[in-house]
Design a binder for this molecule. Sequence first.
Ligand code: MD6
Ligand code: FE
Length: 220
Amino acid sequence: MKQAGGTQDLFGGPPQAPTREDLAADALLLRSFVMADAPLQEAIQAVLARSPWRQMTTMRGYTMSVAMSNCGTAGWISDRRGYRYSTTDPLTGQDWPALPPVLQDLAARAAAAAGYARFTPDACLLNRYLPGTAMGLHQDRNERDLSQPIVSVSLGIAATFLFGGAQRSDPTRRVELAHGDVVVWGGASRLHFHGIAKLKAARHPFAGEARINLTFRRAL
Ligand code: MD6
Ligand code: FE
C-alpha cells in the first residue's frame, strides 16, 4: 500500500501513525489501527485449521465469490435457507473455534476508541477476497441488538469499500481500506447498504494475494 508522503516505501518502516476519520454518521475509520501482524496471523491460522475457508451458497443457489469462516459462539452462514447465525459450523458439524483473545482484544480496543466502552462480540466473521472477487451491496441485519456496533478489520491487500445509504438505490461513497484499517460502525448508519468493489490484483506480506476482513459483532 502506498503511503502518501511517508517514508515507508523507501525504507520499509516505521508504520504509519493511526488516524481517525468520520466515514458517515456513527461510522468511524481508524486507519493503521492494527499494531502487530504476527499474533493476528497466528490466531487466524488457528481458526482456519479447525474451520477452513469455504464458499457459501446464497438462497438463490449462487456460490459467493468471497470465502468465509467464523470464530466465536456464533457464526454467520448462508445457504439455500437464507442468511443467519449458527452456533455450529455446518462444514464440520462442530462448534466454531473460540474467539482468540488477541482478536477479542483488538475488537474491544477499536470499539472503545469509537466510544463503545463495553463491546463484547460473540461472533467474528472472516472474509477472504482474492483478486476479482467482490461483495455486492447488502445490509447487515441478522444481529439481534442493532444498538451494538460492528468492528471491521481490513488485512492484506487493499479494497474499495462502497458505502451507501438507507436505500439500495442511494448513491455510494468509495473508501479505500488498507492493511490495518479498522471501521467501527453503528448507530445512525447501522443498516446502510455497503459492499466491496471487485478486488484488483496486488500482493501484501500479511496474506499474499488476498484481503482478509474480520467483522466482529454481537449477534445473539
Ligand atoms: C468487508 N464488510 O469489508 C465487508 N459489514 O470485507 C462488511 O460487509 C461490513 O465492513 C458491516 C460493517 C462493517 C463491514
Ligand atoms: Fe456487511
